[in-house]
Write a protein that binds this ligand. Structure first.
Ligand code: NIG
Ligand code: FE
Length: 411
C-alpha cells in the first residue's frame, strides 16, 4: 500500500537522520520543506522532498494537501488516561476556595480516584479508557504513555496495567506503560508507608515482570506523598525487573527528587513547576528529559515550569498533557502547545519540537515517531488550510487538524 501526499504547503519537523532529542538553542529551529511531497509505504515514511523533485510513483492513494500542512502526530509522554469516573466535585470545591492539598488531606484527590477504580470492573475501566484514548487520537496524539497509580492495591494496580496492555494490543499507536503504584499512600497504610512500598515490591512487581505489564516505573516524589528515600527504594526495586524510571518531581516542592532522577538515569523527570537553579544545573549534560505539563499548571493555577530559564541554560524540554481526573482533565496536546507558547514563552518552534521529537524521546520512541524521517511510522496530522505553523498555538483552544493518519491510513 502506497500513499502519496502531494502539494503540501509545508512539511514540518523534517529530520534527514534520526535524532535523539533537541536541546537549548537548537530547539528554536524547526526544519521544514515548503511545497513538499511525502510518500508512505505500508505505514512507514519512505520518501519526502520538494514537490519539484517528486518522482513519478505508482501509488494506491493520492492526497492533495494544497494549502495544508503535514506534521508528525503529537507524542504525549505523560498521561493517566486509565481511570474511573471523574472528580468534578473537587473541581467545584477548588472554585469555592479549597486547595488541591486540602482536598487531598480530607480523603479526596488520588485516594478518591483509587476508591472509584477499585470498585470498577476491568471491562468497564477498559471501556471508559478507550473513549479517552480515541478522543486524544482525534486531537492529534499519535504515541502515548499511560500510567497506573489509581489502583493502590495489588489487584487494582494490576487491573489498570492489564487495561493498558489491552489498549496497546487494540490500537495501532505506540503505547508505553508505566507502573506508578507509589502514587499516594492508601488509607489502610496511612501509618505504615514502608509496608505499602514493600507490598508493591513483593506482590506487584513480580507479576508485572511475569506478564510484561510495564516499561517504566514512576513515583510521586513530593512532600506528603513519597520522600527521596522512598523514591530510591522503589527505583532500585524497579531496576531489578528492568523498569526504567520516569518520575513525578518538583510539582509543589523541590525536595531533591531531580537529583535522584539523574542518579538513577531516569528517562524523564516530569512536572518541574518548582525549579531551583541547582535543579537546572543537575539536569545539564544528562540523558534525562525534563517534561513540562502546562495544562496541569493551568487547571490547578500553580506556577508553570520555567521553560525559558531551562532552555536558555541549554536543557532540552518535552511537553505532555498529564491527562488525569484530578489535576488535568484534558488530553489536548494542541492546548498544551499553545499554553507553552502563551504562558511559558516558548516559541512555536520550541513548543513543536518539545511536543514531537522530545516527547518521543521521553517515552523511548524516538526511533519510531516524532519526526518526518524515512523509516518512521507515518502517524501524521494533516492541518486545515493555514498560513503558517505558528497559527497552531496562536489559535489556542481551537485546533487546526483536518485529518489524522495512523500508519499512513486515515483514522
Ligand atoms: O501528575 N501529581 C501527581 N499525580 C497526578 C495527579 C493526581 C490526581 O490528582 O489525581 C499529576 O498531576
Ligand atoms: Fe502525572
Amino acid at each position: 500500500m502506497r500513499t502519496l501526499f502531494k502539494n503540501i504547503k509545508e512539511l514540518i519537523q523534517v529530520r534527514e537522520n534520526t535524532v535523539s532529542f533537541i536541546a537549548g538553542a537548537e530547539m528554536k529551529k524547526l526544519p521544514t520543506i515548503k511545497n513538499a511531497f511525502l510518500l508512505v509505504e505500508n505505514g512507514i515514511i519512505s520518501n519526502f522532498g520538494k514537490m519539484a523533485d517528486c518522482p513519478t510513483f505508482s501509488v494506491d492513494e493520492i492526497i492533495d494537501a494544497t494549502g495544508k500542512m503535514v506534521l508528525p502526530s503529537w507524542c504525549d509522554s505523560h498521561t493517566h488516561i486509565v481511570y474511573s469516573g471523574n472528580r468534578e466535585g473537587e473541581f467545584v470545591d477548588r472554585i469555592n476556595g479549597l486547595s488541591y492539598e486540602e482536598i487531598a488531606n480530607k480523603g479526596g484527590g488520588i485516594l478518591n480516584s483509587a476508591k472509584k477504580l477499585q470498585e470498577t470492573s476491568e471491562e468497564d475501566l477498559y471501556k471508559q479508557s478507550k473513549v479517552r484514548l480515541e478522543e486524544v487520537i482525534q486531537l492529534g496524539t499519535g504515541a502515548i504513555e499511560i500510567k497506573s497509580g489509581y489502583g493502590l492495591t495489588t489487584e487494582a494496580e494490576l487491573k489498570m496495567l492489564r487495561v493498558i496492555k489491552r489498549l496497546k494490543e487494540t490500537y495501532s499507536i505506540p503505547i508505553k506503560a508505566t507502573f506508578l503504584g507509589a502514587h499516594a499512600v492508601p488509607e489502610t497504610y496511612r501509618n505504615n508507608k514502608q509496608a505499602y512500598l514493600q507490598l508493591l515490591v513483593d506482590e506487584v512487581l513480580p507479576v508485572i515482570a511475569e506478564e510484561n505489564l510495564a516499561d517504566y516505573i514512576d513515583i510521586f516524589c513530593e512532600t506528603g506523598y513519597f520522600s527521596v528515600a522512598d523514591t530510591e527504594f522503589i527505583l532500585d526495586a524497579g531496576k531489578q525487573y528492568g523498569l526504567i524510571p520516569k518520575i513525578h518531581v518538583n510539582q509543589f516542592n523541590a525536595i531533591d527528587g531531580v537529583q535522584v532522577g539523574v542518579n538513577y538515569n531516569a528517562l524523564s523527570v516530569d512536572h518541574l513547576e518548582v525549579m531551583r537553579d541547582e535543579d537546572i544545573q543537575i539536569l545539564k549534560n544528562t540523558n534525562t528529559m525534563p517534561v513540562a505539563l502546562p495544562s496541569c499548571s493551568y487547571f490547578l493555577s500553580i506556577p508553570y515550569t520555567p521553560a525559558r530559564k531551562m532552555l536558555d541554560a541549554g536543557l532540552p524540554l518535552a511537553l505532555a498533557t498529564d491527562y488525569n481526573p484530578g489535576s488535568t482533565p484534558s488530553g489536548n496536546m494542541n492546548f498544551v502547545v499553545a499554553t507553552a507558547c502563551i504562558k511559558m514563552k516558548m516559541t512555536p518552534e520550541e513548543a513543536i519540537n518539545a511536543a514531537t521529537i522530545n516527547g518521543a524521546y521521553a517515552m523511548g520512541l524516538e526511533k519510531e515517531v516524532g519526526s518526518i524521517t524515512v523509516g518512521k511510522q507515518a502517524n501524521l496530522i494533516l492541518t486545515k488550510p493555514i498560513n503558517s505553523y505558528g497559527f497552531i498555538p496562536y489559535s489556542f483552544g481551537n485546533h487546526q487538524i483536518e485529518k489524522i493518519y495512523l500508519n499512513g491510513k486515515s483514522w
